[in-house]
Ligand binder design. Sequence first.
Ligand code: NAI
Ligand code: MG
Length: 479
Amino acid sequence: MNSADVFIDGKWVRPSSGATLDTVAPSTGKKIGTIARGTAQDIDLAVQAARRAFEGPWGQMAAVDRGRLLSRLGQKILEHEDELTALEALDTGKALKLARNDVKAAARYFEFYGGAADKLHGETIPFLSGYQVMILREPRGVTGHIIPWNYPAQMFGRTLGPALAAGNAAVLKPAEEACLSCIRLTELAAEIGFPDGTINLVPGLGEEAGAALSSHDGIDLISFTGSPEVGVLIQKSAAENHVPCVLELGGKSPQIVFADADHTKAIETIVAALVQNTGQTCSAGSRVLIERSIYDDFMVQLTRRFKQLRTGAHDLDLDCGPVISKVQQERVLGFLERAEKDGVQIAAQGTVDPSSSADGYFVPPTLYRMVPRDHELALEEVFGPVLAAIPFDDEADAIRLANGTDYGLIAGVWTDSGARQMRLAKAIRAGQVYVNGYGAGGGIELPFGGFKKSGHGREKGFEALREFTVAKTVVFNHG
Ligand code: NAI
Ligand code: MG
């Protein structure tokens, strides 16, 4: 195979246009490879191949055998851990230690869902006398998957693991900015021996291959992770074909610190949950809400810790790497410039390592103090290493603030009071709430997804298997 091929019906082939896209290393801005510029025609062929697999050998396969294939892929990913780690770090710019975690997580997804494949049971329902009712959980059929560039390897496992475990055949359109690990993972999957057409990979541009997938009338469900704006486009085009969507669209997740919390522990976690992947994480804790009585003290400690943060090329393995692209760098720097113009004050900035290439897409980690509640830094997703600190008055005020954005993905609550922990966990409108911790997306086992503009539907854990299946009611009148 050639990295600029598409994978359709079990074969690596040139995209129908023959066109390619360059892909660059964010640490240097230099070209590191070419990928396919997949077309609507490629997407159409991929959807048809997936349909044949679903109606043929893949759809007929026993759940236990499907599970075995997925588990073997998980194992194979671990056997290639070093290679995949280096590739993911180079392609995304993320620090090596983080890339390694991502590769392990990708393997875990296939292990988890490999084990779950034969544990997806239906139900029976007590009904009228003389009747027996069964609820079958059936796969949707052909699933379309559009994923972003921030965690390509993890997203590959997160979206394909449950879809395949449930018995669907899949077409994946990875992000044009970073998809080398997805190409390599597809190659590993091909070596495992999934039936042709079970997994199809069509790299390309969002507005071309992505739009062709989300508007295709041959898919039965679309799973998308990315920006809210594109999420709207996806839903509109899927609506034309009555195709349901699972959407994960980011957040402005709060870390809420009360006076009685363990501050030292909170600070370590808050900083880690922000700088992870240089802030380019949908579940980044990008707002820290601090009880007013401890605001000044807490900020002294947080500032001290923030100043220690270091940014540099992926292979230096520092706290932060570059952001993904020139476009993203300009987007993040735009937030910093507007904040300066609006008089929002910087409390602390980390440093960019002097060895960093001037052509890399670096942004210093930045902590803002006393951010006004109506400022964009308090409301909008920056998707960069930027943390907004905001004081609150009391518990009711904290809840109001926590729920006061258009998003609702995850939240962290830092307090020793058990009753308050429970009240906040219930009051916060977010798909995950952490108490005295913060999972930045959490484990593979934990259902994950949004309220409001953060999206709908749930991924991870057994919830994802519910999304990728549909209930069918069968009623027997046996007299
Ligand atoms: P995006 O939403 O444009 O890209 C995500 C995926 O959607 C990519 O695979 C892309 O090719 C595809 N796509 C783009 N336009 C499409 C279309 N018209 N039809 C179908 N698919 C399409 O995100 P982008 O431009 O990379 O980043 C912009 C902002 O979005 C970021 O700054 C961040 O705030 C947010 N974002 C959130 C993510 C999350 O994990 N929730 C991931 C990536 C971006
Ligand atoms: Mg875009």
